[in-house]
Design a protein around this ligand. Structure first.
Ligand SMILES: O=C(O)CCC(=O)C(=O)O
Ligand SMILES: [Fe+2]
Length: 324
């Protein structure tokens, strides 16, 4: 999963960098082969519609697989890796929990506002900022040349002055902190770790050929006064081959979570282009469903069951025949 060079980095060095500078970055922390396998677990072209599973949804120009702990073993293994847990253990001075996670694919254009991630929510709505310590983990799953992560140097020390704001405007940041903006274009596999109190964003971009894929997760030291803080974690039990009391606590076993999955999507959050593509796919399926329904209404239910029986016998016989 991790390159040897990253495994060899002293955890205390990582933690001390975050505590002083507010961030730590490492180029190509994940191996290329690992990312390839991880991406094979996700089909970004298969969007959830009446699908009885977790999967990909669309919010404008970004496709999200929010519940990746339920559908990507490779993502689960990164999120619960001993390196990540060691960093958390050393960074936090009390128990910590993963509060949100997702894999997302940004394409064509994007303009994310400057923000911090120490958010408290009431339902879907931001209700304020909190002062719990927290870490944001970001892994580039594609080469990121444009739309790179940006961080304002030392902002983790002053962002609380803006706790009454949801975002800061580009013009305000340019006027006051332009010289402090750090931009991190890096190759696939690179990792960025930052204090959630730091002011950051993904650099705005416009490029019809660009697709950026990212794994993000956030870990907060959730205090007892913040019961319910965080999104629910849907985990595939098949993946839980490394369960310890520490991981159970980190994943939030038995801990209430009241935030809805991010982002909040519906057909209305799709772009006109994606909606049209969807209609194209739905049209033949709609016609097929109509003809099936006409046949069903014309034939007695008994004959349909008999037809299904015969078809099953026929199929299983030909399958058996093929075996020999
Ligand atoms: O994708 C990025 O570079 C930043 C994402 C981010 O800050 C967020 O989703 O809160
Ligand atoms: Fe963020």
């Amino acid at each position: 999963m991790f390159n040897i060079a990253f495994k060899d980095v002293d955890t205390s060095q990582i933690v001390s960098d975050i505590k002083t500078k507010g961030y730590f970055v490492f180029e190509q922390a994940l191996t290329e082969a690992y990312i390839k396998e991880l991406l094979q677990e996700i089909d970004f072209n298969q969007i959830l519609i009446n699908n009885n599973d977790v999967g990909v949804v669309i919010a404008q120009n970004v496709k999200f697989l929010t519940h990746c702990l339920a559908s990507s073993k490779k993502a689960y293994d990164i999120i619960t890796s001993s390196k990540v847990l060691e960093i958390c253990q050393e960074y936090f001075n009390d128990t910590y929990k993963i509060t949100n996670h997702r894999i997302y694919q940004t394409s064509k254009n994007g303009h994310m506002p400057w923000h911090t991630d120490n958010n408290l929510q009431r339902g879907k709505q931001l209700s304020g900022k909190h002062n719990m310590p927290g870490l944001l983990f970001l892994f580039y799953l594609s080469d990121v040349t444009k739309n790179a992560f940006q961080y304002i140097a030392n902002s983790h020390k002053w962002s609380h002055e803006y706790d009454h704001e949801v975002y800061l405007s580009d013009s305000y940041i340019d006027s006051k902190f332009k010289q402090d903006i750090l931009t991190f274009p890096m190759l696939q596999g690179s990792m960025i770790l930052c204090d959630i109190h730091g002011m950051h964003r993904a650099e705005p971009f416009q490029d019809h050929n660009l697709i950026r894929t990212t794994l993000l997760f956030q870990v907060d030291q959730v205090g007892s006064e913040y019961v319910g803080h965080g999104e629910k974690n849907l985990v595939n039990t098949e993946y839980l081959d490394n369960l310890t009391p520490e991981i159970m606590d980190y994943l939030g076993f038995g801990f209430k979570r009241s935030y809805p999955a991010f982002p909040n999507t519906s057909v209305a959050t799709m772009t006109p282009h994606d909606l049209l593509q969807l209609q194209k796919k739905l049209l033949p399926q709609t016609l097929e469903a109509i003809s099936k329904s006409i046949i069903k209404s014309l034939l007695p239910a008994e004959s349909l069951i008999n037809a299904k029986r015969l078809l099953w016998h026929f199929k299983s016989k030909s399958a058996n025949y093929k075996k020999y």
